[in-house]
Design a protein around this ligand. Sequence first.
Ligand code: MSS
Length: 363
Amino acid sequence: ADEPKSLPDYAAWKERNALIVHSANTMETQRGAIGNGVITSSDRLFVRNNLPAPPASVTDNPDAWEVRIEGVKNPRTLTVGDLKQMGVTTVASVLQCSGNGRAFFPHGASGTQWSVGAAGCIMWTGVPLKDVVEALGGPVDGTRYITSTGGETLPDGLDPKTIIVERSVPTRAMETALLAWEMNDEPLTHTHGGPLRMVVPGYYGVNNVKYVKNVAFTENQTDAKIQASGYRVRDVGVKGAPDQPSMWEMNVKSWVTSPLESGQSGRNMIYGVAFGGTVPLEKVDVSVDGGKTWKQARFLGPDLGPYAWRPFVLAADLAAGEHRIVSRATDVQGNTQPEGRIENERGYGHNGWSDHGVTVAIS
Ligand code: MSS
């Protein structure tokens, strides 16, 4: 039988009832626990680790954590304490796993069967990467990628390249990336990458490398498996390869968070969340008849900037019976959620509005 799994030790402080525990390395927020807030409370945020998390003791003395900066004119090893003297900024940004929505793929895409809850909107505080790089003389000529390495201790007996969490993003991300030591105004927990995490606003979760110990400006993308063949979009049945699109900038997406199952006839408030990845949102339309007719929803709460999500609400008068409620977000460049899925082997980047809808029984 499916015994409810308990939280692993490194995430024991989380709110168990708000989460679906898929495994010791993967927990998602229940759809009904996402709420209408502009910021996701830390104890409800999803967790995803490719490797076992480092021990809690990594955050005992956070200011002493070291990160090596390479591929700049004056490479250096800096502590978090040093970084705190170099600059600081706070950015609200959606953290979303590349495979959020994988459970909707009918071919049974392998990997964690995330529904909608492998995402949250977080306030990150840290130093702009740009400030650090400028202080070290700027990137070396000819570099095209920022390559960040996670600080997990790798298990013995395996080729490190096949397991290390090391991700490259294009250098255009330098304009917005930060090295963060705080999440939602508290020191970054080791669950979410403390003492120091690379945050690339608007990019999929995997690029936000936790326990970051090395940041290098590089000519080429890393040949680590997680970059070379992992997190690559390709047709069903095809193997991952470096020439396929990498999971970098997120696409425009939204989903309804309430109601999810039932309601009373008459006035119903329909809530959800929407974001545009690296592009600001323009609007969200909601349909209560499965996409036949649409009405524009209203954004709720303050706009925390282009990388944040926006909770939305639509007041709808619903008659008794079943209603298929769907939402469709559009960004300021006119990108809008497609109706269907873009089928792909690993079930990445799903933003189709139809699958993300809910069927609600109104009585
Ligand atoms: N980092 C590191 N170091 N390690 C690992 O494993 N993972 C990824 C990121 N980073 C990792 C890292 C992923 S993959 C994700 S999502 C994210 O992280 C999550 O986060 P949290 O905090 O929530 O846990 Mo998919 O795209």
